[in-house]
Write a protein that binds this ligand. Structure first.
Ligand SMILES: [Zn+2]
Length: 192
């Protein structure tokens, strides 16, 4: 009898293909879901269940998992054709819907630089700006400090609205964007 777990091999390990999924329809869903994972997520999985299995120093840290998933969460965008949720990540310069294959026009994004690195927030309508976007280690990181809204008469103009305030600060590159938070906002990339 073979005791599984003695020599675990990740089924999608690109370096060791000894345990790759058999070409059986029963595994189609697993293969399909792996293909749909953003490259950054595939990379961490491969590291965690590849080299990280036997080399503790190469294991993925809790902070790395958390940073990746928060970035994916802030890069979620609904397909305008079928409404399926898609995951964008900073390395992607274009995005096609995983469900209906239509091209998705990427909205502008807020790029925040801080000591822990860069964080991108896609400025989709209704997106929440939270304290963690500017202060990654804040205890109240999920606290909302503003919401992305559309201009009442020109939906192409996006703004930032603070809770309990009627005024809208237009999101533009440079000085105005920095008003969102004392922490430096590197840039707001706008749709032209
Ligand atoms: Zn779609």
């Amino acid at each position: 009898m073979r005791v599984y777990g003695k020599k675990p091999v990740f089924v999608f390990d690109p370096a060791d293909r000894s345990n790759r999924l058999p070409n059986d329809p029963a595994y189609t869903t697993a293969r399909r879901r792996w293909e749909l994972c953003p490259p950054s997520l595939q990379k961490l999985f491969t590291q965690a269940f590849g080299a990280g299995l036997n080399e503790p120093a190469r294991r993925v840290t809790e902070g790395e998992w958390q940073g990746l998933f928060l970035q994916l969460k802030d890069g979620a965008v609904a397909c305008p054709s079928c409404q399926a949720e898609n995951l964008w990540e900073p390395a992607l310069i274009s995005l096609s819907c995983w469900h209906c294959k239509h091209s998705i026009a990427l909205p502008p994004r807020l790029v925040v630089s801080h000591a822990a690195g860069k964080h991108n927030v896609l400025l989709v309508k209704g997106a929440r700006l939270r304290r963690r976007h500017f202060e990654p280690h804040a205890a109240d990181g999920e606290t909302e400090i503003g919401q992305v809204v559309q201009h009442p008469t020109d939906p192409q103009i996006l703004g930032h609205q603070e809770p309990d305030r009627g005024a809208m600060a237009r999101l533009v590159a440079g000085r105005d964007a920095e008003r969102i938070c004392a922490t430096k906002v590197r840039a707001v990339e706008r749709r032209d």
